[in-house]
Design a protein around this ligand. Structure first.
Ligand code: ASP
Length: 713
């Protein structure tokens, strides 16, 4: 009896934690169950997703998220989402990162290189078809491959049936639920207005992931299509895309306590992962990655310190690394503060008790948590080796380029469906474009230093986890002097930094590449077997974990008597909440609005607090136009609210109860970096730039009133 009571109390605890923690990023198929009217929504929920002109047709996936704000393909997203494209368009002479960019006419809009936009058109459950590819006799790696293959077949069939559309199969619950999404896929995206970095990234890394915040993190872009309306690559003949729906902009903004919701493409969360996974993240992966990123940032900042041209080459890379690094540090701190691993262990103990209380459950699932933990143990053991091998290709440009062209040559001669995804016909143009774009940012001294550091790390790996190709290259003499000598020669003789050469390589066979005797191509060939071996192991781990997690989710649902919302996976989701402050620490309360006053207070004149003089003057003159908050008597700059968001929600429209745009989401508070593992009403807050600041900057500072007019204001 006592045991039962304890079990019930623990179950209750688990439930209480899970209700808030599991609720949040709702797939479109779940919206109807939410009763959003009772939460504060004033429009018919069907208007969000169930009509021909639903709000979801105004939402684009651009890596992160954006939303259409005019009938002429104009969309808004974050400054940091467009940053890579702004960098690609910038030169020392036309420094759009520093000065911003404004197209006064359509003809002046410039290509946002590397950007594409997807709009979710429809979705369909294909779980049965996907899982029917799995046969009982398959081993773990074969299982993963069978699912990958079936998924590719479904995608190929769908794209053939619907020319011009893009199809993706998303795994909603590991090993259990698979949804086929069909997207309109736009490939000609152009920059319209991007504020200078001193507005768009005001506060820089210092303020990133922080509140109070004063960043004008927005930009306007436009999607183009062929004259017949079909998606097309960039061409001067293209015309603006006409979306089925665009968001009306509510220039009057929001007030504290208002109901709001976000639509967007959150990347990944791990709410259903076990304590063993969280411990791996906390103890192994995140500290390593954060340190490695810090090392790289230090290096690149040093390289760019004296030369603006070099700094520009590194700008987007530093920004991305710094963003993740601080996020991981926030997460690590949050995990400790909340004792997250321990908490999840307690939950799992209770679940284990429930499993063992019934003979049948015990025989079916008695070892499930241990079985999952065993896979993560294997990942821990292999971590250093696999990580150095991975970063050799991921962090060192010339190794990465050489590996891509070499692998492309091998993969491209296989039938399309048997290739690694990056080399399939549907993805290859983008793979190529990405490669050529990163080539433009190549800077030899940085690349060489990164390579050297990784070789030193490789030299410290313990047997048997040595990178054979590297050992053979140095024949055991991996001292600093040997490394320097190798690097000097390799960079001197290689042509992998020459765009023309790389483009030519993309049409060559592996045999032709071998004849060229380029040191990086030779290294790529030598590394290839090890990379394949790791890939195979990763597929086996996935093949082991997926069915285990599928069973774990079933038994948890049985135990808690409720069903779950799937973790974020880059598919369209809705989250709702209210404009609301919070208490980050004892005796500290944060209000939900910041204002121009705060921008002035933070301004030092030095990066990253170097407000442009014209903006400073406009705010000092209190020239607020129509954008003054009625109670704050100032222009609101950023807003805070308690929705459930993660990376990928950047650029998500913050929408009011009437379905109008009131802000553009761009970040979370430091405490909320932990959202990916555990969301809580207490500390999870997301941050948007207030639409009034967007409009004020666009009209008063940039003098682009014509964009407000285009938005119907
Ligand atoms: N800043 C994030 C992003 O880049 C948004 C977030 O993680 O909340 O997607």
């Amino acid at each position: 009896m006592k045991r039962l009571a304890t079990a019930l109390i623990l179950a209750g605890l688990f439930l209480a934690m899970s209700v808030s923690a599991d609720e949040g990023m709702y797939p479109i198929s779940e919206i109807m169950k939410l009763n959003l009217r009772s939460k504060g929504l004033e429009i018919d929920p069907a208007e969000i997703f169930a009509t021909d002109k639903s709000l979801i047709f105004a939402i684009v996936s651009v890596g992160a998220t954006g939303s259409f704000v005019s009938a002429e393909g104009l969309f808004i997203t974050n400054h940091h989402v467009a940053f890579g494209a702004v960098q690609a368009a910038s030169t020392k002479e036309n420094d759009y990162i520093r000065d911003g960019f404004l197209a006064r006419t359509r003809a002046e809009e410039i290509q946002a290189k590397g950007m594409t936009a997807r709009i979710t058109e429809s979705f369909q459950d294909v779980s049965a078809e996907v899982l029917s590819a799995v046969k009982p006799e398959m081993d773990y790696a074969a299982r993963t491959k069978a699912i990958e293959r079936r998924t590719k077949e479904i995608v190929a069939r769908t794209e053939k049936e619907k020319p011009g559309k893009r199809a993706e199969v998303a795994e909603m619950f590991a090993g259990k639920t698979y949804i086929l999404f069909i997207y309109t896929y736009l490939k000609d995206i152009r920059l319209v207005y991007v504020p200078p970095r001193s507005i768009g990234e005001f506060g820089g890394e210092e303020d990133n992931w922080m509140w109070p915040r004063h960043t004008g993190d927005f930009s306007f872009l436009r999607a183009y299509v062929a004259p017949d309306g079909s998606p097309a690559d960039y061409s001067a003949k293209n015309v603006p895309f006409r979306p089925k729906r665009f968001l009306r902009v509510a220039a009057r903004g929001v007030s504290e306590g208002d109901f709001i919701f976000l639509l967007g493409y959150p990347g990944r969360t791990f709410r259903h992962s076990t304590a063993s996974y969280l411990a791996f993240e906390e103890e192994v992966r995140m500290p390593y990655v954060a340190d490695w990123y810090a090392w790289q940032i230090g290096l690149m900042e040093k390289m760019g310190a004296e030369d603006r041209g070099v700094a520009l080459l590194h700008a987007a890379r530093i920004k991305g690394l710094a963003n993740t690094m601080k996020n991981f540090r926030g997460k690590l701190k949050g995990m400790k503060r909340l004792g997250l691993v321990e908490r999840r262990r307690e939950e799992e103990k209770a679940l284990q008790g429930f499993i063992e209380a019934d003979e049948k459950r015990k025989s079916q699932n008695g070892t499930i948590l241990n079985d999952i933990a065993a896979v993560y143990d294997e990942m821990r053991a292999a971590f250093d080796y696999e990580t150095v091998l991975d970063y050799l290709r991921g962090s060192v440009n010339l190794v990465g380029f050489a590996f891509t062209v070499y692998e492309a040559a091998l993969e491209r001669r296989k039938p399309d469906l048997e290739r690694e995804p990056a080399y399939m016909d549907r993805n290859f143009p983008q793979t190529k474009q990405r490669l050529l774009l990163s080539l433009r940012n190549f800077y030899e001294p940085t690349d060489k230093a990164l390579f050297k550091e990784l070789l030193l790390r490789a030299s410290r790996l313990k047997e048997p986890d040595r990178i054979k190709a590297v050992d053979e290259l140095f024949q055991g003499d991996l001292g600093e002097g040997d490394i320097d000598a190798y690097l000097n020669k390799a960079y001197e003789t290689s042509r992998m930094n020459d765009a023309k050469f790389v483009e030519e390589l993309l049409g060559k066979t592996p045999e032709q590449m071998a004849a060229l005797q380029d040191p990086f191509l030779d290294l790529a060939r030598a590394l290839y077997p090890a990379v394949l071996e790791v890939r195979e192991k990763q597929k086996a781990r996935r093949g082991a974990l997926d069915p285990l997690y599928a069973r774990l989710s079933d038994i948890k649902e049985l135990y808690l008597g409720k069903s779950f919302i799937p973790d974020a996976n880059n598919t369209l989701r809705l989250t709702y909440g209210r404009i609301k402050g919070y208490e980050p620490a004892d005796a500290v309360y944060y209000g939900p609005f910041t204002t121009l006053r705060g921008v002035l207070e933070k301004t030092t004149g030095r990066e990253p607090f170097d407000t442009p003089a014209a903006l400073f003057e406009l705010s000092r003159a209190r020239d607020f136009g129509a954008f003054e908050h009625p109670q704050l008597h100032d222009v609101p700059v950023c807003i805070l609210y308690d929705t459930d968001t993660t990376g990928g929600n950047s650029g998500s429209p913050v929408i009011n109860a009437r379905g109008e745009l009131v802000g553009v989401n761009f970040d979370r508070t430091y405490e909320a970096t932990i959202n990916d593992y555990a969301w809580s009403e207490e500390y999870s807050r997301s941050i948007a730039v207030d639409i009034r600041y967007v409009l004020w900057v666009t009209q008063k500072f940039a003098g682009a009133g014509f964009l407000l007019k285009e938005m119907g204001l």
